[in-house]
Design a protein around this ligand. Structure first.
Ligand code: AMP
Ligand code: MG
Length: 513
């Protein structure tokens, strides 16, 4: 979703194609949202609205607030909740499903077909006695993080807008309800496949696979370097899809690791089949670098800790592979397809850190891995000293920019981030040596585009949430301003790029939302 189109559309003018809805009631249950009292606009994503081709005043169209708060149905929309299952924290959890997400349908936008969902629109047949609502706190977090990830260039589901309501919602304490409008080419999860595999419904599994193969046809053609897929058998296409997914996740994991993003709940029901980051719950952009960091207070064993995310992605891919076992006779072929993840991950991770380090003159494909010790070296030093991850990388970028003028003195500010800078200084020797084969100006420019000045730290979210709870959305808007272009300097917004305040350490984020 990158192409810019003239913004002239209203939400009511889209052509709704609702392809997933047409799969029928094996896959979903048609239902309407539950009415939400006194809905009020809280926030919008201008960048997403522009990509979708919406006018600047799309939200003022009569009936839109009602529709996107669940109080009315847009013409052309076919609301439904879909069924899926999944593995949660390593264990089979059985049937789950859209417990509080409501698919409104699929529109044809200037950047291709997009599904629109409401999150928090009331109970569904899959709510399992929960209320089907989302609280304002978690809605602000998902809204901001979806758009922050997009700003960072990391594949993600998007957030178009959110509405708040005085309706009380009970969690650990009394909170209020909100509804998020989410957008993605598809919200299908690994868990959708696992559901039909577990129920031994091979016909449904095949239908779902065909549906998804259709969705990713262009990516499959690129992956296989073919102009058409017509010469391939169904099984060959399924295998190509598994390969593509394995590669997508190798890329996604390297990007998460690169910006210090912890997802927090990498259950298979939260894994997008398109390799999009989705279902933002107890996520965190790390402050002090700690590879063992656990951002979800409900994750007692640290299954989803930062350093383990790639390994978990691989585990999850195997759950997806297993779900395909009845469609692909030879399980060895499935294992081989998924092993592309293992082959690609080190390559992708090295590429991410090469960009973060401004190393553009890369070794030939035969000597991939040449820059890995340098990347691992600095990560070790950062971990030992618990240095702030984002601040380190941004300061390193500006230091490299200043090297032609200041020489090694340019790194004084970076050096000051360490209590004991000996490890850094010794790493710096090898880094400066490696930089000799680079143009410093080009390296610095690459680093400034790879190391964001602004990430959505927990304490920034928290401040925006507190203001939002008091009815003030201005902090959300200010954050959106910097997070949608996080590599820009944004003079006047420096405080958003600062170290976290002391109180941030006591923030406790759990699955409760
Ligand atoms: P999550 O941890 O948000 O990925 O949710 C796991 C499952 O619980 C999914 O099936 C959700 O739809 C469901 N769920 C979570 N919270 C609620 C809620 N408040 N009401 C209904 N279902 C929920
Ligand atoms: Mg979920």
């Amino acid at each position: 979703m990158t192409e810019r189109q003239p913004s002239s559309l209203k939400l009511s003018e889209f052509n709704w194609i609702n392809r997933f809805a047409q799969l029928g009631d094996t896959f979903s249950t048609p239902l309407s949202a539950t009415a939400l009292p006194s809905p009020r606009w809280m926030a919008f994503s201008r960048p997403l609205a522009q990509e979708m081709g919406l006018t600047d005043t799309w939200m003022e169209e009569p009936g839109v607030l009602e529709a996107l708060s669940g109080n009315a149905v847009l013409k052309g929309s076919a609301p439904l909740a879909s069924v899926y299952s999944g593995h949660q924290f390593g264990h089979w959890a059985g049937q789950l499903g859209d417990g509080r997400a409501l698919y409104l349908g699929e529109i044809v936008s200037p950047v291709g077909p997009l599904e629109i969902q409401l999150k928090g629109a009331g109970p569904t047949p899959y709510s399992r006695r929960a209320d089907g609502r989302a609280v304002l706190r978690s809605t602000v977090r998902e809204f901001l993080c979806s758009e922050a990830m997009a700003g960072l260039g990391i594949p993600t589901t998007r957030a178009l807008c959110m509405v708040s309501s005085p309706q009380p919602v009970y969690r650990e304490e009394l909170e209020t309800a909100a509804v998020l409008t989410r957008v993605a080419p598809s919200f299908i999860r690994f868990g959708h496949f696992e559901h039909f595999a577990a129920n031994q419904n091979k016909a449904a599994l095949k239908t779902l696979a065909e549906f998804v193969l259709d969705l990713v046809e262009e990516q499959l053609k690129t992956h296989l370097n073919l102009s058409a897929l017509s010469g391939l058998s169904f099984e060959e296409k399924c295998l190509a899809f598994l390969e593509l997914t394995a590669i997508n996740y190798a890329k996604l994991m390297s990007q998460w690791q690169g910006v210090g993003f912890c997802h927090g709940v990498m259950n298979t029901d939260n894994m997008s089949i398109l390799g999009l980051t989705m279902d933002y719950g107890p996520f965190q952009f790390m402050d002090a670098f700690d590879p063992q960091h656990i951002c979800n207070h409900s994750d007692h064993e640290g299954r989803y800790r930062y350093a383990q995310q790639p390994q978990i992605a691989y585990w999850n891919l195997f759950c997806l592979g297993q779900a395909f076992a009845s469609l692909i006779e030879d399980t060895e072929k499935i294992v081989n397809a998924l092993s592309l993840f293992k082959a690609r991950l080190p390559l992708e991770v090295e590429r991410v850190y090469q960009s973060k380090l401004g190393l553009l003159h890369r070794a030939s494909p035969q000597t991939v891995g040449a820059d890995t010790p340098l990347a691992e070296g600095i990560l070790q030093v950062l971990a030992q000293e618990r240095v702030d991850y984002s601040i380190f990388w941004r300061q390193l970028s500006t230091a490299v920019l200043n090297v032609p003028r200041l020489g090694r003195v340019a790194f004084q500010g970076v050096n000051d981030l360490f209590l004991d800078a000996r490890g850094f200084e010794s790493w710096l020797d090898s880094y400066l040596d490696r930089l000799k084969s680079e143009s410093l100006e080009a390296s610095a420019q690459c680093m400034l585009k790879s190391n964001p000045k602004f990430v959505l730290r927990n304490h920034l979210c928290e401040t925006a949430i507190q203001a939002a709870n008091a009815g003030d959305a201005s902090e959300i808007e200010r954050l959106m301003h910097v997070l949608s272009t996080p590599f820009d300097e944004h003079p006047g917004f420096e405080s958003f790029a600062d170290h976290p305040p002391h109180w941030a350490q006591s923030l406790s984020i759990s699955c409760s939302s």
